[in-house]
Design a protein around this ligand. Structure first.
Ligand code: SF4
Length: 64
């Protein structure tokens, strides 16, 4: 799995951080700042949940 997080779309809702705190953080402006863009398999369900919850479709994942 590979994550692409688009700060240009992010509205700082922090849903991704709440869903997958091991993978997503926020920068000083409150915008998405991934801790890693290649998360461990154990975090994949949480990452998928973050993608589902993000209100601005700022997170994309490549499952391959
Ligand atoms: S959930 Fe979406 S809008 Fe909110 S901080 Fe994460 S990427 Fe940004």
């Amino acid at each position: 799995m590979h994550i692409t997080a688009d700060k240009g779309r992010c509205v700082g809702a922090a849903q991704c951080v709440l869903a997958a705190p091991a993978v997503f953080d926020q920068d000083e402006q409150g915008l998405v700042a991934p801790v890693t863009v290649d998360p461990a398999g154990a975090d994949w369900p949480a990452v998928r949940q973050a993608v589902h919850l993000c209100p601005s479709s700022a997170i994309r994942i490549d499952e391959e």
